[in-house]
Structure formats: structure tokens, C-alpha cells
Design a protein around this ligand. Structure first.
Ligand code: GUN
Ligand code: ZN
Length: 437
């Protein structure tokens, strides 16, 4: 089946941090989708002329972007969004962990999983790297809901054996058994993949980190996700727990957990050496600006990371962050860089790259997703603001693709996400009366 979508179309097949012409835009754009893949992306008239038999859907009035990619988010934290006025360790203790304990109840976990996956899709996110629960059945519930939705989800059971609360701790042996079973059930099943998920060095013993290393060695294609250098108190505690480590990253390196396929969230307080080693090993950093501001963690050194060649992508970090919207997250990255000492001045192309292709590169899936080049999977989000909204008014008068994109990043929320597709198939469509739950 071949379908031609007609609408202005924007994507970043080249990295706009490295090249001037990173943004590719087609004002009267056409996206030709054949068997779920992008067959052509470019000028509508030219594609139409070359494919006269394709069924055309006229989507003018809205905009087509690649599906958004969230590289850091916590499934059990949907209901703790809005827990403001605390710093990381107190927020964990008072807000996040009590809610995460509830994931022991499988039917509760199934309900949250359904709402969590729906929230991703309704905000235009087609791929996410997700912290599961500390419990295997709840993590399985997340994978099952993800499998039904058609979204691309990389997730794993969260591993910890100290300093959280006893209900959330596993033994290293139990963690190995449960993780192995989840990998067997879900890794590589359709669009689902497994990420080994030590919560952070603060809550994992050396024995637990060894289990992570063993799992990575035993299975092809696993990813790894964890937290790094988020908060000053956390960093001091980690230094006490691992006195042999020269810095925070060295803890993970000792167990072979850094490298391509690994995403470390935050890295707000890195040393010079850590940035160099992240770049050298190809380890990606999930930048979570809303969370960094909400928890008072600090300002991210975007320029230092980019200059050193570290792969940086975006994470919403629900529930330390402020919601599921990656467009808003890109805006927060822009705003915080604007006020950071020596901050980067981000443009709309860089914001789009951070929310799409950079995520694909961080997850090692850039050959499949992240932009709309021919041969890629047709993962797309169709953005069209409701009538009589500030965004619809702004878009009436914009004159350039950059202006349109900047307005979308500034003003578009879930109300403007009309349709979301993964591999050409609709995974979310807003219904007439508003988003469909
Ligand atoms: N570090 C360890 N766990 C968490 C978490 O749940 N959220 C954030 N922001 N940081 C963490
Ligand atoms: Zn996190």
C-alpha cells in the first residue's frame, strides 16, 4: 500500500550542531509511505508526478515531523508529576519511592502502564527508553501495554539492592533471574527491546553492577540505562560508597557499563575527564532540562558536551520532570541554555534534532528512525493546532520553516498532536471531542 501525505514537512537528517544546513524542510511537502517505510520525502508536486497512483491525503494546515524520541522516562512515576519544591534525594524519599512501591500490585501496574503508554503516544512520542518498575510483573505489564500500542519501547526492570527501601530491593541473584526471564520474553519481540537498568550507583552494590555486566555479556543487542552526576549530594554519597572510583562515571566503567548502547541521564555536574570519556566510549547522555530545573539539580553544560563530541539527546524524566511533551522539553532546553552561564543558543533545527534524530543516535537506532529519509521507518507525528489558539494564529503569518518550527516548539502541547504513526500505521489519532483515552 502506497500513500502520499501532503503537508509542510521538517526533519534533520544531518546534525545541525555540526553543519549549517541541518534542517531539511519542504513547505509544500510530500511524504510517500510504502509498506511502512519512507519511499520519498520532499516536494509534493515532484513526488506526485513520479507516483501518480499513490493515494494522497491532504494534511495542509498542519505539519509533519519525525516521531519524537524520549531517551529517559520512568513508568512508575506517572502519578508523582508535580512533586515540586524538593531536591533529588528528598524527592525520591518523599514522592517517587512511595509510589514506586505500589507497583508490587500487578493490577495497579497494568492500569498505570496503559495510561503511561497512552500519554507517550498522545504527546507525539513514538520511541522511548523507559525505566520500568523494581518488580518483574509490573515491568512485564509495561512491555505488554507497549506491545499492544505499536510504540517502540526499550525498557527494563529497575535494579537496586541498597539505600532505597526494603520493598524495592532485590538480591543480585534475584535481579539476574528476573531480568533474564524478562529478556527472554520481550527483548526483540516486535518493537520491544530490553535495557539493563541499574537505578544509580547510589542504590546498587558492586555485586549488582556485576550482574548488569553479566547480562550485557550474555545477550546480543541489550541497551543499558542509568543516572549519572545529577545532584551534588548524590555525587558525594556515591564517592563514599565507591572510594576506589576516581569519579562517578568510573563506577560504571569498572563494570563495563559505559559505551555505545548506554544512556546515562542528567550528567549535570561532570568533570572534564568524564566528558572526555563519555565521548570516547560513545556513551549517550539524556539531557532532562525540566527535571534539572524542577529538582534544582543544576544547569546542563550543553556546549561542553557537544564540543567534546558526546551524544546528547532529550529525556522528559517523568516524574522528576514536568510532563510527557518532548516539544516542551526541547523548549526547556532552549530556555535554560539561554540563562546558563556560557549556555548554547539553540535554534529550531537543533531543537528538532535533539527531539528526534539525536534520540535515535543515542539509542543506536539511527538507521531505522529519527528522520524521514527514504528507507527509514515511517514514524511520523502530524501537528495541527486547534482553531482559534495562539499557535494557529502564529502559524497563519510565519514566513519560514524555522519560524514555524520555533512557534511549534514554543506553543504546541498534546492538544496539537493530531495523529501519530509508527511504521506507517496510526498508533494515536485525536478524536473530534479531544484526545481519545
Ligand atoms: N536517580 C535515581 N533515581 C532517580 C529518579 O527516579 N529520578 C531522577 N530524576 N533521578 C534519579
Ligand atoms: Zn531519571
Amino acid at each position: 500500500m502506497t500513500e502520499l501525505l501532503r503537508a509542510p514537512l521538517f526533519h534533520t537528517p544531518r546534525n545541525p550542531f555540526l553543519q549549517d544546513r541541518g534542517l531539511e524542510s519542504h513547505w509544500d511537502g510530500g511524504l510517500l509511505i510504502s509498506d511502512g517505510r519512507v519511499a520519498a520525502a520532499g516536494d509534493y508536486q515532484a513526488i506526485r508526478a513520479a507516483n501518480p497512483n499513490a493515494t494522497t491525503t491532504d494534511l495542509r494546515g498542519g505539519f509533519l515531523l519525525p516521531g519524537l524520541i524520549d531517551t529517559h522516562i520512568h513508568f512508575p512515576q506517572l502519578r508523582v508529576l508535580g512533586g515540586l519544591s524538593r531536591s533529588l534525594l528528598d524527592w525520591l524519599e518523599e514522592c517517587a519511592l512511595p509510589e514506586e512501591v505500589r507497583m508490587a500490585d500487578e493490577s495497579h501496574a497494568r492500569g498505570i502502564a496503559r495510561r503511561f503508554i497512552h500519554a507517550l503516544a498522545s504527546h507525539g512520542t513514538t520511541t522511548a527508553m523507559v525505566f520500568g518498575a523494581h518488580f518483574a510483573p509490573a515491568t512485564a505489564a509495561l512491555f505488554e501495554a507497549a506491545g499492544k500500542s505499536g510504540l517502540r519501547i526499550i525498557a527494563g526492570m529497575v535494579l537496586s539492592d541498597r539505600r532505597l527501601r526494603p520493598e524495592l530491593h532485590q538480591t543480585p541473584d534475584g535481579a539476574y533471574r528476573d531480568s533474564s526471564e524478562l529478556i527472554r520474553c520481550f527483548h526483540g519481540r516486535g518493537r520491544l527491546f530490553y535495557a539493563v537498568t541499574p537505578r544509580f550507583a547510589f542504590s546498587t552494590s558492586e555485586a549488582m553492577l556485576e550482574v548488569c555486566q553479566t547480562l550485557l555479556r550474555e545477550h546480543e543487542g541489550l541497551r543499558l540505562q542509568t543516572h549519572l552526576n545529577e545532584n551534588a549530594r548524590e555525587i558525594t554519597e556515591v564517592a563514599k560508597l565507591f572510594p576506589w572510583a576516581s569519579d562517578y562515571l568510573a563506577v560504571y566503567e569498572r563494570f563495563g557499563l559505559a559505551g555505545r548502547g548506554t544512556v546515562m541521564a542528567h550528567n549535570v555536574h561532570p568533570t572534564v575527564s568524564e566528558i572526555e570519556r563519555l565521548a570516547a566510549s560513545g556513551t549517550a547522555v539524556a539531557h532532562c532540562p525540566s527535571s534539572n530545573a524542577a529538582l534544582g539539580s543544576g544547569l546542563f553544560a550543553m556546549k561542553r558536551h557537544v564540543k567534546a563530541g558526546v551524544r546528547v539527546a532529550l529525556g522528559t524524566d517523568v516524574g522528576g520532570g514536568t510532563g510527557f511533551g518532548l516539544l516542551k522539553e526541547a523548549l526547556q532546553a532552549y530556555l535554560l541554555q539561554r540563562v546558563a552561564p556560557d549556555g548554547a543558543l539553540l535554534d529550531a533545527a537543533q531543537m528538532l534534532y535533539l527531539a528526534t534524530r539525536a534520540g535515535a543516535e543515542a539509542l543506536g537506532t539511527e538507521n531505522e528512525i529519527g528522520d524521514l529519509q527514504p528507507g527509514k521507518a515511517a514514524d511520523v507525528v502530524y501537528i495541527r493546532p486547534p482553531a482559534d489558539t495562539p499557535l494557529s494564529a502564529v502559524l497563519e503569518r510565519v514566513e519560514t520553516p524555522e519560524q514555524a518550527l520555533a512557534a511549534i516548539f514554543t506553543l504546541a502541547g498534546a492538544e496539537s498532536i493530531q495523529e501519530v504513526r509508527v511504521e506507517g500505521s496510526v498508533v494515536y489519532r485525536q478524536t473530534a471531542g479531544g484526545p481519545h483515552l
